[in-house]
Design a protein around this ligand. Structure first.
Ligand code: ATP
Ligand code: MG
Length: 621
């Protein structure tokens, strides 16, 4: 049974169609901690503000692949809806005709489903509302709440004012309603080139919030849209579109990231005016902001991810090292691991950095609970059992999961010549080395105790085979087998039975927590970050360096790429691993968690990707 199958998310969420699983994952038992959004929703349910309805939405722009940060937003929005027996809409925010694509839409939808969520019939597009958005724009014009501005972009910038100075009205601000309406209709009819005019709301040029200084809500773009084709040559802007889309879908809690905080007054203004005019029903949606996910040792900006792909620093969008959800899937990260992570980091209203090891720990925890155990020898050397008859074979039995006896045992062929790890033998072993060294005894896991007698070397002094003798009375599982205590316990594979596999040892893509920077962006020189970040084991770059002279901008983030983030080796694995399905995850004992590659693994040609090591090897660096 694959460990990568989606399982039941925490709370009352219904798993997406087609998902199955035993429910034994770590995320299945996560308890729901209180956070400010859960508190608000509980209060709204108690007061009956929305009649008990909870409707959220996830609003991606279909212009790229989703990344780990989006997973936080998806889990938050779909999770809150599910916990409250509510609904979460998948809405493609397709207001920019230039760089959007249906291909991105299907990949986004698939990622949401992979994370274990289902939007049911509630899949929408901002472009579904273009007619209504246009009608509302005319309504704003008719009520002298919007005007067509024919200033150039530079003129508009000059008049906008600054954080400390009020804006200045453009000479078009006083245009009459009829002229505005006529111009706007002609904009729509395609009479003007791009940039000739914009439609602006008439709000407040003097206020401190730049977003309220007569924001543009429509611009001319002679461009085909992937859904509406050439029907429109004017397109509504994000701030105007988003709030109205929320209201039309009767969203109750519109949850977005902190950078939209200053846009909230505009969100509220647009909806309040339309509601007063009887254009939108009450109660209106309410926007709430949470801190986006900032993760160390990766980059989450779309622009940087595109650069990695285009520079071929990685093998495409779904490279297992990429922090995309398609990459995560090939890496062997699990939806349950992401949900556990989201629950652990919680949601807050202040920016913080999360150490990547927290995400890796969640994946370990989930895989530890579910992945079956197998043996694999990554750096093989022969072990010859001198007193075991040549040609003889027997089966040893190994549990598939140490804590889950119901998963049964599997037979492992045992014979005279085995593969073991090269570093499980050492001729001049230091004190405390409990593996193979001349004269020492170890247990071959699930098999016999052997005594090491030495090793053969080639002309260059390289070890080509280790020799030992076995004690037939010590077979695991037979009475008295455990009477003799040995301290070492090593894994092995029968050389004639083992199969060769390509194994990709993936590691972190970046060597430093904040690629291109010595400390988190926006952090004071003393390296202080939000207290919360510290609670999440966040590292602060520069803590151990007192030289602050190197400026942030001097480094390219690409210089911090880890040159050893991918190492491809040929290993030996148990025969059953040769037959596994793509996407199946296993623990290779003593090594880590590995997944059969979704794209290149095939029966008879096994390819495994390392998901994570058993322990965090970055902790001591
Ligand atoms: P851009 O807007 O630059 O194209 P984006 O990453 O914001 O990039 P969207 O498609 O707009 O992409 O994002 C969809 C949703 O995911 C938004 O609600 C956004 O706030 C949320 N989101 C994006 N990045 C993160 C992050 N790092 N942490 C949490 N939520 C995020
Ligand atoms: Mg965005």
């Amino acid at each position: 049974m694959s460990a990568a199958l989606p399982q039941k998310p925490p709370g009352r969420t219904q798993p997406a169609k087609g998902s199955k699983g035993s429910g034994a994952g770590a995320a299945g038992t996560a308890t729901l901690a209180s956070n400010f959004l859960r508190t608000i929703i509980a209060e709204d349910n108690r007061s009956g503000k929305y009649g008990g309805r909870v409707v959220t939405r996830f609003p991606p722009e279909p212009n790229g692949y989703l990344h780990y940060g989006h997973a936080k937003s998806i889990i938050l929005n779909f999770g809150l809806a599910a916990e409250n027996r509510g609904q979460c809409n998948l809405r493609f925010d397709d207001t920019n005709p230039a760089n959007e694509d249906v291909e991105f839409e299907s990949s986004i939808a698939e990622a949401v489903r992979w994370l274990g969520f289902d939007w049911g019939t509630h899949r929408y597009h901002a472009s579904d509302y273009y007619d209504q958005l246009y009608e509302f724009a005319e309504w704003f014009i008719e009520h002298d709440l919007a005007y067509v501005d024919s200033s150039t972009a530079a003129e508009m910038r000059a008049l906008r004012g600054t954080l400390t100075e009020a804006g200045t009205p453009s000479r078009y601000r006083s245009r009459g309603v009829a002229e505005n309406l006529d111009l706007f209709r002609r904009m729509k009819a395609g009479e003007f080139p791009d940039g000739a005019h914009v439609l602006r709301l008439k709000i407040d040029l003097a206020g401190p919030n730049i977003n309220m200084r007569d924001p543009a809500i429509y611009r001319i773009r002679h461009a085909s849209h992937h859904r509406t084709g050439d029907k429109w040559c004017i397109y509504p802007l994000y701030d105007y579109t988003h709030c109205i889309s929320d209201a039309l879908e009767r969203i109750t809690h519109s949850i977005c990231t902190l950078e939209f905080q200053d846009h909230r007054p505009l969100y509220d203004w647009v909806l309040a005016r339309l509601a007063e005019g009887g254009k939108l029903p009450q109660p209106l949606p309410q926007q709430y902001e949470f801190a986006r996910l900032n993760l160390t040792h990766v980059v989450l900006s779309k622009r940087k991810l595109i650069e990695l792909v285009e520079h071929q620093d990685v093998d495409g969008w779904d490279d297992p090292r990429m922090p995309t959800l398609v990459g995560a899937r090939r890496r062997g990260f699990t939806p349950e691991g992401f949900r556990l992570f989201a629950e652990r980091i919680g949601v807050s209203k202040s920016d913080s950095w999360i150490d990547l090891s927290l995400l890796e720990d969640c994946m370990r925890e989930d895989l530890n609970a579910r992945a079956q155990r197998r043996m694999a020898v990554l750096d093989p050397v022969k072990l010859v059992i001198d007193n075991y008859p040549a040609g003889q074979e027997e089966s040893c039995f190994a549990p598939n999961h140490p804590q889950r006896p119901e998963l049964d045992k599997r037979a492992l062929p045992f014979s005279r010549e085995l593969w073991i790890e090269r570093d499980d033998y050492q001729e001049d072993a230091p004190p405390g080395y409990f593996r193979l060294t001349p004269g020492a005894e170890v247990r071959l896991r699930f098999a016999y105790i052997v005594r090491c007698v030495g090793a053969d070397r080639d002309a260059n002094g390289n070890i080509v085979a280790v020799h030992c003798t076995y004690d037939p009375e010590t077979r695991s599982g037979t009475p008295g087998a455990d009477a003799r205590k040995v301290r070492g316990n090593i894994h092995w594979l029968s050389a004639v039975h083992a199969v060769r596999a390509e194994v990709r040892l993936y590691d972190r893509l970046f060597l430093v927590p904040f690629p291109g920077m010595r400390r988190p962006p926006g952090t004071a020189a003393d390296g202080v970050v939000a207290a919360e970040a510290v609670a999440h084991k966040t590292v602060v770059a520069g803590d151990d360096e007192d030289d602050d002279s190197v400026e942030v901008a001097e480094r390219s983030w690409l210089d911090d790429l880890n040159p050893d983030s991918k190492r491809v080796i040929t290993a030996y694995v148990e025969p059953s691993l040769g037959r596994a399905e793509p996407g199946e995850s296993f623990q290779f004992e003593r090594h880590g968690y590995f997944v059969a590659d979704l794209r290149e693994h095939a029966p008879g040609k096994p390819v495994y990707n390392r998901t994570v090591t058993l322990k965090d090897s970055w902790a001591q660096r």
